[in-house]
Design a protein around this ligand. Structure first.
Ligand code: BG6
Length: 473
């Protein structure tokens, strides 16, 4: 999509990956770079930096291993030429992050590059050090910085991170990645809402009774136990991925054609979200989590949470938003249900609320993309009884560009449309801040379930949870 919604700065002329020997580079960055090379979208030098005493040959081998592992079946490399081109673009600077010599060596490796992109694939605690030395070595002018969520771990740390980043780079040169924003089905929420006119009259508190969003995974924390212990479900996916989906569903129409306007409207949604109260959230932990590697034996970290959220705006006042996410649940899927109010009178015996929902819109976000509109239709026969049927507007298994590849490509080309702005990050933290430390005890749940049974009471005043079905959708 090349249109006026996208914003463009000049493309970067070198990519520097701090933490090139680490996990993020291995899992996400190398596969994304390989994808870009396959599609001919990368031809700038890639300089890895790390404190490990590695040499270039080892970094190249690391890139090969990462791509082989991410290539699925038997690790067969689909495009060996692209892999060779990637390894030939690679360079390596090893050294202590707290030593100006490392940055002087980096300057040399950058040669004539005037607009480097610095990917900070390192723990946030190292950001200030790296920024300080980048500035001291005269490497920040014309540069941009790319960072990965979570941006901080509460409001104060996010503010501090933003302060440090903004003391070195202007806001439009800071690319905060939330890979959900690069997903096809999530980009489609914005398109579907504002490319159609039939939605607007019903898209408010007058017609919508509640909204549910589920992001479920049928696997545990895998080998990320230690990382997960430092975040938990609320910080890992709710404050970012789920809140970004809420913002796209709840925002007002952008005031002009430009992504600045989209950022403005999304930020207003976060500002209008009511700060959570401990009674608004149910936390759960799957049985067996305490035995995962890297997890404390008495861990209180939630692997599941469900919450009730309100957006105090003209459009949404009084409409509850129910969000839930968890590991080791019954299935892996992401889905939104926008529930419309029932008809004003019950003219038929089986009308809502007797037979549950009459009208809703369902957005399936993964593993496939679907948009369905549900309505009641009469069954053949003398009686006035019917069924709820879904009309599909979209039902796809799109062969999409992997979100991470799309976003890294955008950051390199200077398109900030699908990234997160500072004010949105901070307002989103402010919403969950009150429940980060003050919350009810955690409830256990069996792997393969839909979380602890206490979540039913949370939603009971407005119905029940709708679990994503994987049949035909
Ligand atoms: C990441 C979280 O941001 O998103 C993971 O750290 C989670 O815990 C993942 O599994 C989900 O992303 P996706 O694209 O697989 O739905």
């Amino acid at each position: 999509m090349q249109n006026r919604l996208h914003s463009h700065a000049s493309p970067a002329d070198a990519l520097v990956i701090f933490g090139v020997t680490g996990d993020l580079a291995h899992r996400m960055i190398f596969p994304a770079l390989y994808g870009m090379l396959k599609s001919g979208a990368l031809d700038i030098p890639v300089i890895g930096v790390a404190s490990a005493k590695w040499n270039l040959a080892q970094v190249r081998q690391k890139a090969r291993d990462s791509i082989r592992q991410s290539s699925g079946q038997f690790g067969k490399i689909e495009d060996p030429d692209a892999l060779d081109r990637l390894t030939s673009l690679l360079n390596y600077v090893g050294g202590d992050y707290n030593d100006l010599n490392t940055f002087t060596a980096l300057k040399q490796a950058l040669g004539n590059a005037r607009r480097p992109a610095y990917f900070l694939a390192i723990p946030p605690a190292l950001f200030p050090t790296v920024m300080k030395w980048l500035a001291a070595a005269g490497l920040t002018e014309g540069g941009r910085v790319i960072v990965e969520k979570p941006f901080g771990r509460d409001l104060a740390s996010a503010q501090e991170l933003n302060r440090i980043a903004l003391s070195t780079f202007p806001e439009d040169s800071i690319y905060r990645i939330d890979h959900y924003l690069g997903k096809e089905a999530i980009m489609n929420i914005l398109y579907f809402r504002f490319a159609n006119s039939f939605l607007e009259p019903i898209w408010n508190r007058n017609c919508i009774s509640s909204v549910q969003i589920t992001l479920s995974e049928d696997f545990g924390v895998k080998d990320r136990g230690a990382f997960y212990e430092s975040v938990g479900c609320l910080r890992d996916v709710v404050q970012n991925h789920l809140f970004q989906i809420v913002a796209l569903l709840a925002m007002e129409p952008p005031a002009y054609q430009g992504f600045g306007a989209v950022h403005n409207e999304k930020a207003k949604v976060f500002q209008a979200m009511r700060a959570l109260h401990p009674d608004d959230i149910v936390r759960g932990q799957y049985t067996g989590y305490l035995n995962e590697i890297g997890v404390a034996k008495d861990s209180d970290v939630e692997t599941f949470c469900a919450l009730r959220l309100f957006i105090d705006s003209w459009r949404w006042e009084g409409v509850p938003w129910y969000l839930r996410s968890g590991k080791c649940l019954a299935t892996t899927a992401a889905e939104v249900i926008v529930e419309l109010k029932p008809p004003p009178q019950r003219l038929f015996d089986d009308s809502a609320p007797v037979s549950g929902r009459s009208n809703y819109l369902r957005f399936r976000l993964s593993p496939n993309s679907a948009i369905a509109l549900a309505a009641r239709v009469k069954r053949a026969g003398k009686e006035f009884v019917g069924d709820t049927r879904e009309l599909y507007l979209l039902n796809d298994q799109p062969s999409q560009e992997p979100p991470y590849q799309r976003l890294l490509g955008d950051a390199i080309s200077g398109d900030g449309s699908l990234f997160i702005r500072e004010d949105a990050v901070e307002s989103a933290w402010a919403v969950i801040e009150p429940v980060l430390k003050t919350h009810h005890p955690i409830y256990p749940y069996p792997p393969g379930s839909w979380g602890p049974e206490q979540v039913d009471a949370l939603i009971a005043p407005h119905g029940s949870w709708r679990n994503p079905q994987l049949v035909n959708t």
